[in-house]
Each structure stands twice: as C-alpha cells, then as structure tokens.
Write a protein of this length. Structure first.
Length: 671
C-alpha cells in the first residue's frame, strides 16, 4: 500500500494529458501499443503526452507498453474516477477491431457501461463461450461474472451467475464460486438449475476437503438429476463414486457400495457410450461384483480415455480418475500417458482444481520409474498450487517418495501429519497411502516385523492400488519374518487380481512374490520370469527390488558369483534412484558374498532449500522465470533471486549448466 501511494504522489505531478494516457495504458492489460495509440487518438490525446511518463521512469514504450512496476498500473487505475475509467474503456472498445478481437472489445465495452445493459451482457456471454472452447476457464468465468452484473432480467442473472460459479470452481476460485452460487439462488431458478447448484456445492466440498462431506451431497444431487438430465446425472454419480472412494475407511460404512449400487441401477448410457460412461459402469461393477467382473469393462474405459476422440472437457474432468483406474489395473503405460495428458490439458485451460491431483498422479509414475527428482518437482508444484487455491493437499507422492528413499524420520512425520489432517477432513485414502509407504520404508530397512505390521494396516481396507501394493509388501515382510501362513494368504489375495489384470507389471510382481515362498527350482524360474517381465515396464524400482531378492536368494544358496551379479545391479539401480535403505541392504548382501562393496551415500541437493531445488529443476527443464513463477505462484523476480543463490551453491554461472550440475548432484529431472 505504501509503495502504491508513493507512485500515486508521483502521478499527481504529471500533466493531466499524460495521466489520461497512462489511464488508457493501465486499462489495457495486454500492453498493445497500436491499440493504446488508437484509443488515445479517439480521446484527442497528443502523442507527446508520453514523454513525461517516460522521463519519470513510470512507463516504457516499445514492442509492448510496460509499466515500471505492477503497482504503477494499479496506482494509475485507482487514482482515476469511475467516469474517467469508463471513458478510457469506451475508447479502447471503439479502437478494437470487432472481427479480429471480439472478446477484448466485449471486455472493454463491459467496463465502459455505467448501468445494466443486456446487449453487452450477451456479448460477454458469447466471449465466455469462445474462452471455454479454447480452454480459458478463468477468462470465461470473468466474462460470465461481469455479464451477471450487467443483465437486467432476474432469471437470466441467476443463470449467468450459476455458469460463472461453475467456471470459477474449475479455475480453483472456490470462495468466489460460492458467492456466485448465492447470487444464483437469490433469483428464480428452474428445477434443473437447482439440481446443478447441489452438484456444484458437492464438487466444491470435494475439492476443498477431499473428505467425507462430499459423497452424500453428490449422491443426493445425482438422484435429483435422474429425471431432469440423464447425462448430467451419470456424470454426478461418477463424481459421487470417486468422492466416496477418497473418503474410504473414514467415510460412511457402506458409502462406496451405496453409490455403486445406485449407479448399477441406472439405465444404460446412450450408444456409443462416452469414456466417462464406461468408467462409471466399470467402477460400479468393481464395487458390487468384484475385480474379475469389472476388469474387462475398465480396460475398455482406459482405451476410450487414451483415444484421440476424447473431448478436452472430458479429459480435464475425468483423466485423473482414469489414471487411478490404470494404477488399480497395474497398467503403467496408461498411467504414464493419461497423467501426462491431463497435466497438459489442465495447464492449458487453467483448470487449477484438478491440476494438483493430476500432478500427484504424474509424480507417482515417475516415482515408480525411479525418477525421484522429477517426482519431487511435480509433488512440490502440487503442494504450492493447493496452498494457492486453498484446497486440500493430498501428499500421496510425497509420502511414498519418503518411504522409497528410506527416510525414516520424514516418512513417520509425514504419515502422522497425514493421519491427523485426513481424519479431520474424513479422507481415508491418505491413511492407506501412509501405511503402504511405511511398509516400504521398513522393508527397505530390513525391519520386517515393523513392515508386516504396517502392511497389515495398509490391507485392512480396499483402497484399490494401495491395498494391492500393500499386499506385495506384506508378502515380502511375512516371508522374511518366517510367517509363511500370512505370506501365503497375501499371495492368494494378490493372485486373485494379478491373473485377471495380466500386465507385465502385475505378473512380474506376482512371480517375484511367489518365488519368495517357493522351493529351489521353482524359485529360480519365478525370479527369472519376474526380471524378464519387469524389464519390459516403466516400474524400474520394482525391477531393482527383484534383482535384490533374487540376489539374496542366490547368496543363501551359496551361489556367490551369480548372487553378486544380481546384487551389483540392484545396488547400482538403488543408488541411481536415491533409494538409500534398499541400496544399503544390497551392499550388506554383497559384503556377505565376499565382495568388497563401498558404502555409497546417494548424493542429493542437500545444500539447496526445497524451493531452490524445485526452481532449479524447472529452470533446467527450460522454463523461463515467468513460466516458473506462474507455476509456483511467485514473482519472476523471486525466481531470479532464488536462481542467483542456486548458481552460487552449485558453482555455475548460467542456466545452460543447470542440467549437468543437477544430474551430478543426484537431482536431475529424470524426464
């Protein structure tokens, strides 16, 4: 405020015509000089009026009109009266070509309008439609919100407010969305619109808490929509089901089953079904009839989501849930493709509500690929984004990453914090993630009794992917703890799914798990099968663990030369990935074979703060300071400040040196 006031005082010393020119420049945020001068000409402003502003260091005129500081623009605009602002916007609207840039013209017209004006409101609504068609959710919301203010007819105002609220929600502005919902509800709404309000309240509850509040709201809205709009009802059932799955063990006792049964009772979707229709049918069958009945349906849904015919709207809205389904089916390739696609779609559209989920899912596949630095960057971006839009941050990737890295203190701290936060919100999925990450941690540390206890907790509730991955940890921990009955029961439950899924990932992990409980000849054959299958996948961390278990088995069979080959490979991979606990476990086994194995501490970017490391990785990936700032919700100047410190700590002098410097310190992007 003090800075802006200092600029305002400097403005008062400028000629009146210069202040008018500055107001035109401030009212046109794109900084297009031709448009500014056209508007200035319409207002009778002489081109020489720019000189005092330039001399005062407030304005730069070149290929773009640039203010010295963003607060100069703010000071100029706030210092003007409402009538002066409207005059500037009217000139800019008149100077804008309606065929080349109708949306900018509509925006300026809207700000030049002193009262209600249905024609301008209709123009803004058309601009919102164009913005949504090209994926600009925040722009569409702004157009619709201004149209709401300008339209004189109460029913139309209510409808526009509802549309604006929906766009604000997708763009991550939840408080603004709820305010617009209030405006919509104050006007006359028809039955369908009232049901849409219910849907929106449930969607916002899910985005803000990811917990147990959302499922009943969405289920009620879905039932209300059935006789009004069948397609919208199906979409809402899918949202209710995904929300119930998030609530999990902290939701109502039969929450998931209740939604799934209601969805199963729906009439069939129109033919041909859309990808979300296939996903709803498959997930409903999964929770009512089981994995075997649902898997063919869910595989068909994933093929539909990978199709080029998938609409942008369906991609933004549902790809995160399709990624979760790919995880449940052990389909690493679909997980990789779909998560990358949604992150790009969400970025392009500014769909900030789903972007944190998409980033966490993309981080997950990079994590399983052993690309921990890339996974950490994505996870940190998801956290920064969640903080910025004040929705619930779900630290799935961050938790699993700590467990895989063998960071005991960090894993237990994150798990405890996650439990407290998840319990407060009613989001049980985080608890399942924490137990799985803890089981991985203790298996890496060879503390098998502790790993078994965590794995048993992870498999108490069917959190789908985390349940099945927990079974893998349970089998290894039970086998090493000499509890063959528990291991055999875990293997039986695991194989019930792996034989149906049929991917190299699932069959490789099953073969490895079965080898732990098999006699000599069968065990060797199963380890070889596991290595062959996992080598064809993206899940390199599971391949490394298979080399370790195979090497441990060979050493116990006194086949030291064969064991060394497997253990060396495991040790090298673990060290490369940053899996310190597993790397140490492999090193100890190598020493037991008689080979001298140097204890290697995986190098990290320990001298950099978390934010410095994240900025360094993004800059190393080629992003500009402005692009990095936009992702992390900080200014380009702050980015430059952190990069300056990074250069000093890494002893480099340019951005081109970041990639090699990060890689040599174990912090390359891994992309």
């Amino acid at each position: 405020g003090r800075i802006e006031e200092s600029f305002r005082r400097r403005l008062e010393a400028l000629p009146a015509e210069t202040r008018r020119l500055l107001l035109v420049a401030a009212a046109e945020p794109i900084g297009e000089p031709v448009l500014m001068w056209r508007a200035a000409e319409l207002l009778g402003i002489n081109p020489e009026a720019a000189a005092p502003a330039s001399a005062a260091g407030l304005l730069e005129l070149g290929a773009r009109v640039r203010f010295r500081h963003p607060l100069v623009r703010s000071a100029v605009y706030r210092a003007a009266s409402l009538a002066e602002r409207q005059t500037a916007h009217r000139a800019l609207a008149d100077a804008t070509d309606p065929d080349v840039d109708p949306d900018r013209r509509a925006w300026h017209h809207a700000h030049a309008t002193p009262g209600l004006d249905e024609d301008v409101a209709a123009e803004l609504e058309r601009s919102a439609e164009r913005a949504q068609a090209r994926g600009g959710l925040a722009a569409a919301a702004a157009f619709l919100e201004r149209a709401t203010e300008l339209t004189p007819e109460p029913a139309r105002r209510a409808g526009l407010a509802l549309s604006a609220a929906q766009a604000r929600h997708q763009a991550g502005a939840f408080d603004a969305a709820l305010g617009l919902v209030g405006i919509a509800e104050s006007g006359p709404l028809d039955e369908l619109q009232r049901a849409q309000v219910d849907v929106l309240r449930g969607q916002i509850a899910f985005a803000v808490t990811r917990g147990s509040e959302a499922p009943p709201l969405l289920l009620s809205a879905a039932k209300r929509l059935e006789p009004l709009d069948f397609g919208l009802a199906r979409n809402t059932y899918l949202e209710a089901l995904s929300a119930a799955m998030h609530a999990g063990r902290l939701g109502s006792r039969d929450g998931v089953l209740e939604v799934a049964k209601a969805a199963r009772a729906l009439p069939p979707a129109p033919d041909p079904p859309r990808a979300p229709d296939l996903l709803l049918d498959g997930l409903a069958v999964l929770h009512t009839e089981g994995y075997a009945a649902a898997t063919p349906m869910l595989k068909r849904a994933l093929r539909a989501f990978r199709s080029h015919e998938l609409s942008t709207e369906d991609g933004i809205r549902w790809l995160w849930l399709a990624c979760r389904t790919a995880m449940d089916l052990w389909d690493d390739e679909s997980w990789f493709v779909l998560s990358a696609r949604q992150v790009q779609l969400a970025r392009d559209a500014g769909a900030l509500t789903v972007l944190p989920l998409a980033l966490n899912l993309q981080a997950g596949i990079h994590l399983f690929a052993g690309q921990f630095a890339a996974a950490e960057t994505m996870s940190e971006e998801a956290r920064a984004l969640s903080d910025a839009i004040t929705n619930a941050y779900v630290p799935y990737a961050r938790l699993i990453l700590a467990g895989w890295r063998g960071q005991q203190e960090e894993t237990l701290r994150l798990t405890a914090a996650g439990d407290r936060d998840a319990t407060a919100r009613g989001e049980g999925r985080t608890i399942g993630v924490g137990r799985y990450a803890t089981a991985v941690l203790y298996n890496g540390l060879a503390r098998y009794d502790d790993a078994l206890a965590a794995a048993r907790q992870a498999t108490e509730y069917r959190d789908l992917a985390f349940f099945t991955w927990g079974l893998v940890e349970l089998i290894e921990a039970a086998a090493r703890s000499e509890k063959p009955d528990l291991a055999a029961d875990g293997l039986r439950r695991l194989s019930d799914m792996t034989s149906i899924s049929g991917t190299d990932w699932t069959l490789g992990v099953e073969a490895r798990s079965r080898a732990l409980l098999s006699a000599d000849e069968a065990a060797e054959r199963l380890y070889r099968e596991a290595l062959e299958r996992l080598a064809r996948t993206r899940v390199r961390v599971e391949l490394a663990r298979t080399h370790l278990l195979s090497g441990e088995w060979l050493r116990r069979k006194r086949r030291r030369l064969d064991a060394r080959e497997q253990l060396r490979t495991a040790h090298d991979l673990f060290s490369q990935f940053g899996m310190e606990a597993f790397a140490e476990r492999a090193r100890r086994e190598l020493v037991a074979t008689g080979e001298s194995a140097r204890k290697r501490t995986v190098e990290t970017l320990g001298d950099l703060t978390a934010q410095e490391a994240q900025i360094a990785r993004l800059a190393g990936d080629g992003l500009s300071n402005q692009e990095i700032g936009a992702r992390l919700f900080i200014s380009p100047r702050t980015v430059q400040y952190h990069l300056h410190k990074v250069f000093g700590k890494l002893d480099i002098t340019s951005r081109n040196q970041l990639g090699p410097a990060l890689s040599s310190h174990g912090g390359g992007s891994g992309r």
